[in-house]
Design a binder for this molecule. Sequence first.
Ligand code: SAH
Length: 518
Amino acid sequence: MQENTTSATVYLVGAGPGDPGLITVRARELLETADILVYDYLASEPVMAYANPGAERIFVGKKGFAKHLTQAEINNLLVKTAQEHPGKRIVRLKGGDPYVFGRGGEEALALKAAGIGFEVVPGVTAGIAAPAYAGIPVTHRTCSSSVTLVTGHEMAGKPESAIDWDALGKLNGTLCLYMGIHDLPHISEQLIFHGKPASTPVALVRWGTTPQQETLTGTLETIASLAEEANFQAPAMIVVGEVVSLRDKLDWFESCPLFGRTVVVTRSRAQASSTTSQLRALGAQVFEYPSIAIAPRVLDEGQLAIFHNLSRYDWIVLTSANGVECFMADIEKAGLDSRALAGVKIASIGPATARALKAHGLTPDLIPPRFIAESIASSLIEQGVGAGSRILLARAAAARNALHHLLENAGASVDVMPLYDTVMPSLGEATEELVDKLRAGAIDAVTFTSSSTARNFVASLDQSVGAEERDNLLENVKLASIGPVTSETLRAAGLEIAAEADPYTIPGLIACLTKLFA
Ligand code: SAH
């Protein structure tokens, strides 16, 4: 590292092949702290999501794109940006590995020549990763003892072929050709001409490691016409060799239960990420549409005073992980800590709320068998709650009154502490994008984790396109709900539920979605 205050450092960072999970720890660290980000089209959207939102972003495009810069222009831009921003972190993000057909070497030489410090962060290259995600190990003891990374794109204006077809034709191992889709007929011809059997298996892997991955297999003899027939487009790897036949047994990614499906997650931004990563792990493409945001209430003196006297309650009932966070923050605001809860029993509506409690060192005394208000009420009553019991319901301001009523009917005295409001964030551009995707039939499912996400989702579509058009747009989209209460909210808006979780948890929701698409 050569960072100092007088000149900027340029980091040539590999973004990996597309799956955001395949970025290195160092790359992520640099993205999160970048001041200026220079990137092109192979740096995928989910990877860019790691980037410091405050960083200045410079798109340098690629050939064929309107805003394309030449390599010399990119080199100059990097040098100039570094010179003009002393002390700044400039991240030059490149698809895959910066030094594997990424022209990272040319950029490093330009920086070196201008006396600018740089660091290289290698990345997982598409030539290895795309085949792996297509079920193809690039080497295999019984059939391939070498792997050769080759550019399938010859440098324009060179009199002779830059590619030694003769040598490649003689190799017995695996060939991974980058940038070769346009020249596929020529490539397969050359390889056959130079001694490779026409029956050698070939795979084309497009947008490898992403939810849009597509794989086409054939032989050197057939692949060019198969690709033409299928209108197979770049960016794709060409993988040539016996290892390709292992795909029949080793494909794992394209057979993931949600592979190829696009799922909308409507949870709040803060809570979406774990749901999103679970869905991605099942192969889904996720569109985050945070239709609720949590706005903690500012409690007045009187309300804060309650925390000094919590031991007067027999039970405190918490009905969401958000509630736990607000409740614990309010205890602190009252000048107390978790000892304020000494001697009080705690009921948690379900496992996620229990996990949030555990994170604060609190183990709930009760989790009902079903994770809804009715079930928590009957469990409490079974535990002896009745006449004379004192209960504190610490929950969202706008919540159903079912629990309150059931406990009062059993004779308990119930206080409610409204901790937070769920509000509708302004979703302007995200709604436009969602509507575009729905119009294009590009959304397979929408997940709802609470009545408020359901209500706000419907409201924001209605504001944008009207109720009638909303129904049309959602006609072929599967709506999956976390439980009966959320389902009811959707039905009340005239929508049909395709799947309901059981148990009423996020894993339950993901499981029912998976079953739906099985
Ligand atoms: N530096 C990059 C390669 C850049 S060259 C790397 O190390 O991966 C661009 C070529 O890489 C594309 O034409 C295509 O052949 C290949 N490529 C990049 N990302 C890919 C992906 N996700 N799936 C398949 N091929 C990909």
